[in-house]
Design a protein around this ligand. Structure first.
Ligand code: 26M
Length: 823
């Protein structure tokens, strides 16, 4: 028998300390006496990481032995957040770090500033991918996440004169201790070129593609540990590198130094930068290249892994299930067909059966402009063989449609994967539905609207394909790590930490909601968290905030449909009321905004400028600032979310009904005891169903009302004219109050409101402001407020991503856990 691999780390304090010192010497090449902050951070990181490597090795061995069905999660984005504290928690080494660090004269907090968050995503979609990966590992699901190792992640947001300025996010500048390069598993990816017929295939379904350009994909992986289990899964990230022949020595020899590296630059640009979600910008070739690069590398890796334990193709879809995170990786459908038919010689029908059984698709939007389409011309040039395969898939699919609806050419036109018109385009969502077994929306309303509108024809033809899986969030990062004080109180009340992996146990807090001592303790925690946030906000913005004021937060990407402009109209209304009657008393509030606008989204960048300008006026007005403060810390990200969310009293979820697919910030905030003011949109509806209508501030039109108003010819101006406070708020912007008297600066904001008001903010204004008055009223009764807050936490257990993953497993993936033994 082969000797068992040597365990490299132990699980005692002594071994941990020994490894720290050894790593400082031999990994970092320095000594305790001369170590810098980064030396200390890096040493701690690799020492903790090595504990996970042990578990990963055992996970890989257990998976190899069991040869289970694997989930492969394909996502263009992952927003993992900082890794150090998570991995300290998951390896249960946190308790040792403080004494050891203190021995050495440093604090763990001082080291954490060097822990850089990998910003490999834009917002909700990328963070959901991270939460699902966390829950899959926690539930012992064999899974691999695939993504792109962008050299530059989501841009860093700074403000200059209140305007958003974007700076590059060079997240690996000081090295990344959390990833392992895996150069042996590199893959080659082709682009451009030509296709020719296969003389042996009279049907012309098998052809040969000769790419005109090839690029290498080099993988590295990050470890994804489960909480309270030995499972460690991985996320494999691909970086584009030039193929070996790319350096043009001849050109270099004659002094053409720039031209000599042309091909290298072109290849490496593919994974250079994350695209900042910008559905307004026309599709760009490089973005499509990124998508195919991810897909091509990942599928080859999946097949490589399948072949380690299996042979033949009959069993492929039994061992492999691929989840497509939105349409970004949808070219995987055509790529798997190409690999099976062209490269492995399968017949078309057999290949299609396998492909369709392998894929599932999650849709994350309802906005028509966010549904991806790519010009046929671009695809024909960049991926000529894939375009042919799209045509063939569409041909067989439309035959099926014609059989189901004889003579109905209109339904054929609507459902076709190809959108006809001046410029023909490929509809990626249609390709995704046609190529998948299951399609899911991310909240009940979203799924209903998908099946009823956007994908209605498909839901009619294939009702069995449509599922709902309501999103969730990981309670480890967003409750235990972000809010240690509340976590301790919860554990004390419930008797143990079981709630961390069985979040419905939070229901046990419900009966204590009327206990005065518990309420007082709950309030103390919130105040403590607010004081912490106040200190951080003062350091970063210079604005002083009162920890006793109502902390009202709106944290999310800036988008018109999310309606930051509506929140701002409310802020201006509060300001105008205080100015009109300075003698009256008002509930003190701090309004906190956080979020980025896509660099090309000019309307939202101007709105950001306006938020900052309003903050400037409000915070420096001696009377207004007694009751109202507005703060907008720059560069909202996962790290900042973990500071802000535990301090929030009020969660703003005010999108126009029918526009927010789900939302997940709404869940994180409610779980931390913030009360929601929200519309009947996305998962807000399910939050309200669970916490109870009495513990949720509802306002605004529902989806049918919004649809009806739009159909009847919506006129924002009539709402403006009919409501004195609304008119005053809009006029305050128009008057130049927030631009030192210049009426032009924010005129486009006013024009957008009075002209189109695409998301009908003005129609919901009165209902919103009145609802905010009931919020303020409720705040004046701290016992009642605290009771509502406790009940929000107690009743949000459903929104754990563990539950989300269980639903995917049962409805869609049909995978079973594999337990990994202790060392
Ligand atoms: C598009 C074009 C070019 C570059 C990037 C994009 C792009 C990137 C991300 C478009 C959309 C992207 O994400 C959409 C998203 O984040 N959707 C959100 O998904 C969450 C998780 O399901 C939901 O909770 C949110 O409601 C939904 O808006």
């Amino acid at each position: 028998a082969r000797p068992r691999p040597r365990r490299t780390v132990g699980d005692s304090l002594e071994e941990f300390e020994r490894d720290l010192i050894s790593n400082l010497y031999y990994q970092r090449g320095t000594t305790i006496e001369s170590a810098s902050g980064p030396d200390g951070y890096h040493t701690l990181a690799v020492t903790v990481r090595d504990r996970l490597v042990d578990r990963y090795a055992r996970t890989a061995a257990a998976h190899y032995a069991a040869n289970p069905r694997f989930v492969y999660y394909l996502s263009a984005e992952y927003l993992l957040g900082r890794q150090l504290r998570q991995n300290l928690l998951y390896t249960d080494t946190e308790r040792w770090v403080r004494p050891i660090a203190e021995d050495l004269g440093v604090s763990p907090e001082a080291l954490e500033v060097y822990d850089v968050e990998p910003g490999l995503g834009n917002g909700g979609l990328g963070r959901l991918a991270a939460c699902l990966m966390d829950s899959m590992a926690t539930l012992d699901i064999p899974a691999v996440g695939y993504g792109i190792r962008y050299e530059f992640g989501i841009f860093k947001q700074t403000f200059r004169d209140g305007k958003q300025v974007e700076r590059p996010d060079d997240w690996t500048f000081y090295g990344n201790p959390w990833e392992f390069p895996a150069p042996d598993d590199r893959q080659l990816v082709g682009f451009y070129g030509t296709t020719v017929a296969d003389p042996k295939d009279p049907e012309n379904l098998r052809r040969k593609w000769t790419p005109g350009e090839t690029v290498r994909g080099e993988p590295s992986h990050m470890l994804v540990p489960g909480y309270g289990t030995q499972t460690v899964n991985i996320i494999r990230l691909w970086q584009a590198r030039a193929s070996r022949e790319s350096f043009d020595l001849a050109r270099f020899g004659v002094g053409q130094y720039v031209e000599a590296v042309d091909d290298i630059v072109r290849a490496e640009n593919i994974s250079k930068v994350l695209y900042p979600d910008d559905s307004t910008e026309p599709g760009r070739e490089l973005r499509l290249k990124q998508q195919y690069f991810l897909v091509a590398c990942s599928l080859r890796d999946i097949i490589r892994r399948y072949r380690l334990r299996n042979s033949g193709w009959e069993g492929f879809a039994d061992k492999v299930v691929i989840q497509l995170n939105d349409t970004h990786p949808v070219m995987a459908v055509t790529e798997l067909m190409r690999l099976l038919v062209d490269e492995h010689g399968l017949g078309w029908d057999e290949a299609w059966g396998i492909t369709r059984r392998t894929f599932n698709y999650t849709c994350h939007t309802l906005l028509p402009e966010a549904l991806e389409t790519w010009p046929v011309q671009l695809l024909e040039r960049l991926l000529p063989r894939h375009m042919e395969i799209v045509y063939a898939i569409n041909h067989f699919f439309l035959e099926e449609v014609r059989q189901a609806y004889p003579g109905d050419e209109d339904v054929v036109r609507r459902m076709s994967i190809i959108q006809e018109g001046d410029e023909r385009r490929v509809r990626m969502a249609h390709l995704a539905v046609v190529g998948s077994t299951a399609v899911n929306g991310v909240a009940e309303l979203h799924t209903k609207l998908l099946a009823g509108t956007t994908l209605h024809d498909f839901a009619q033809l294939w009702p069995e394909r449509f599922h709902n899986v309501t999103n969730g969030v990981t309670p480890r990062r967003f409750l235990r790590m972000a809010n240690p004080a509340l976590s301790e109180l919860i554990t004390e009340m419930l008797g143990d930490e079981g709630w961390l992996t069985d979040l419905e146990r939070l229901h046990g807090l419900g009966p204590h909601a009327d206990d005065p001592a518990f309420r007082a303790a709950w309030r103390d925690v919130k105040r403590h968290n607010k004081a912490g946030l106040a200190a951080a906000v003062e350091r970063s913005t210079g604005v002083l905030i009162d920890p006793d004021a109502l902390c009202d937060v709106m944290i999310k990407r800036f988008h018109e449909y999310k309606r930051q402009q509506l929140k701002l109209l409310h802020v201006i209304t509060m300001m105008n009321r205080i100015r009109a009657d300075p003698q009256a008393t008002y509930v003190p509030r701090t309004v906190l905004f956080g979020g980025k606008a896509a660099p090309g989204y000019h309307a939202m960048k101007l709105l950001i400028e306006l938020v900052n300008a309003v903050a400037g006026v409000v915070n420096t007005d001696p009377v207004v600032s007694r009751y109202l403060r507005v703060v907008f810390p720059a560069d909202y990200n996962v790290t900042k979310a973990q500071f802000i969310i535990p301090a929030a009293d009020l969660s703003e979820q005010i999108s126009l009904a029918g526009k927010e697919a789900s939302g997940t910030g709404n869940m994180k905030l409610a779980l931390n005891g913030a009360l929601t003011i929200g519309t009947l949109d996305g998962a807000n509806i399910e939050i309200r169903d669970r916490v109870g209508a009495d513990n949720f501030f509802l306002f605004g039109m529902d989806t049918p009302a919004a649809t009806a108003l739009r159909r009847s010819g919506y006129s924002p101006r009539s709402f403006y004219e009919a409501d004195f406070e609304l008119r005053l708020a809009v006029d305050t912007i128009a008057s130049g109050t927030f631009a030192k008297g210049d009426r032009d600066v924010f005129a486009p904001v006013v024009d957008a409101m009075l002209g189109r008001d695409e998301y009908m903010a003005l129609a919901d204004y009165r209902s919103y402001v009145d609802c905010q008055d009931t919020v303020a009223e409720a705040w004046t009764d701290p016992d009642r407020w605290t009771r509502m807050s406790i009940l929000n936490t107690a009743r949000c257990g459903f929104f754990s991503s563990d539950r989300t993953v269980r639903e995917y497993c049962e409805q869609i993936w049909k995978v079973d856990p594999v337990r990994v033994g202790e060392a």
